[in-house]
Write a new protein. Structure first.
Length: 399
């Protein structure tokens, strides 16, 4: 018995030595280079990305970013439901989808399954009408839809049935590219305004009567205000209010957060050494940068160069688009600029989606991807038999 006990550890060692060591599977971000660093700027920690460090170009698996991905066929049974513009602006609540496209058509309201409900307001100059839509905020809890027309000094107010309510006066006349967030319970509005010589506050909070409550003065953060910046990129994808000035050559411009309690802008992110026109989009766990230059002459082949930075690891890469479970790449011009709130979404015509499907390298797909691709093809064939339809790809960003 003593001999047996003596040899058992030796036998155990022999078996352990013979095991094949498991290779550690690297995550997507582990396969990317570190392309950013954290710097302290006036006491605030800022992520600074250096594009010169980027060595890789990959497609980004969409499931890295979103949950609850779904494909929705938008209702086109009635003429007023038709969406006549590629990549329109999209707004979501728990049960509704709002679609706008500047002056192409009035705001269209759909249920979350894609069923058309009604227009909200109308194009024109009469009560409850507008020429061009700049921004929308939908408050389903309080049964209100707020529409901001271009360069206006007021916000139009409706309910979800399309009834019109008194306007909200603004503390300043706005410029193209402004955004609004309405706190209905408090009867307050948060407003962002593009930087210009006439911009007193780049972000402020006011009441429904137009009285200023607080705001961040433009001159405290932007010294060069001789030119008009086309837009503030504020999309409310997180609980933070992010501000980025688009429309001027990037001069190490910060993406800021507006701290409501301290009533100040706090720098969060910037691109180092890139003097092009860029968009910076903040997602819950990533920053995405798009260079505004595009190639092509039509909506079908517009393109932007894109890069992504993971906030936690500071790793990233260039990328063409986001890859769905079917192998379809969603990644056209300014893909993140049309969606507001904590959602990833792309709305496109079925004919264009079919074109993208033709470009997929089928031989590189897994069996699961091939099955998902066949499902997508079947959806298009079933709904596109008589008339072209619009297809919504939607998922909620992971926190």
């Amino acid at each position: 018995m003593k001999k047996l006990l003596f040899f058992l550890p030796f036998i155990s060692v022999l078996f352990s030595c013979g095991e094949t060591p498991k290779q550690e599977v690297k995550s997507f971000w582990d396969q990317c280079d570190v392309i950013a660093k954290r710097e302290v700027v006036n006491g605030d920690t800022v992520i600074v990305c250096d594009p010169k460090l980027i060595k890789q170009k990959k497609n980004i698996p969409l499931d890295l970013l979103v949950d609850s991905f779904e494909i929705i066929i938008m209702d086109n049974k009635r003429e007023e439901a038709l969406i006549s513009k590629r990549f329109p602006n999209l707004y979501f609540t728990e049960n509704y989808i709002g679609v706008t496209a500047y002056s192409y058509f009035p705001m269209k309201l759909f249920r979350k399954d894609g069923t058309f409900v009604r227009h909200i307001g109308a194009r024109g100059q009469g009560p409850g009408e507008y020429a061009v839509i700049d921004a929308v905020f939908m408050d389903e809890k309080n049964d209100r839809i707020y529409i901001l027309p271009f360069s206006a000094d007021y916000i139009l107010v409706y309910d979800f049935k399309g009834n019109i309510y008194p306007r909200i006066k603004l503390a300043e006349n706005l410029l193209y590219g402004s955004t609004i967030k309405v706190y209905g319970d408090k009867k307050q509005v948060l407003v962002t305004k593009p930087i210009s010589p006439e911009t007193n506050y780049c972000v402020w909070i006011q009441d429904f009567e137009g009285n200023l409550i607080q705001g961040a003065k433009t001159s405290d953060y932007y010294k060069d205000v001789t030119s008009f910046s086309e837009s503030t990129i504020t999309h409310f994808r997180t609980d933070d209010i992010e501000l980025f000035r688009f429309g001027v050559l990037n001069g190490n411009e910060f993406l800021y957060h507006y701290d409501i309690e301290k009533n100040k802008l706090i720098p969060q992110f910037r691109i180092d050494g890139d003097d092009q026109y860029i968009f910076i989009h903040e997602l819950p766990n990533h920053f995405v940068v798009e260079k505004a230059q595009s190639t092509g002459t039509s909506d079908n082949d517009l393109f932007t160069e894109k890069l992504i930075v993971d906030k936690k690891t500071l790793r990233g890469c260039y990328f063409d688009g986001f890859e769905t479970a079917s192998g379809l790449i969603l990644g056209n011009y300014c893909i993140l600029n049309q969606v507001y709130g904590p959602n990833f979404a792309v709305l496109d015509f079925s004919s264009n989606v079919s074109e993208y499907i033709q470009k997929i390298k089928k031989e590189s797909l897994t069996s699961t991807q091939k099955q998902e691709l066949q499902k997508l093809k079947s959806i298009i064939e079933e709904n596109d038999a008589n008339d072209e339809c619009s297809i919504l790809f939607r998922g909620k960003f992971k926190n």
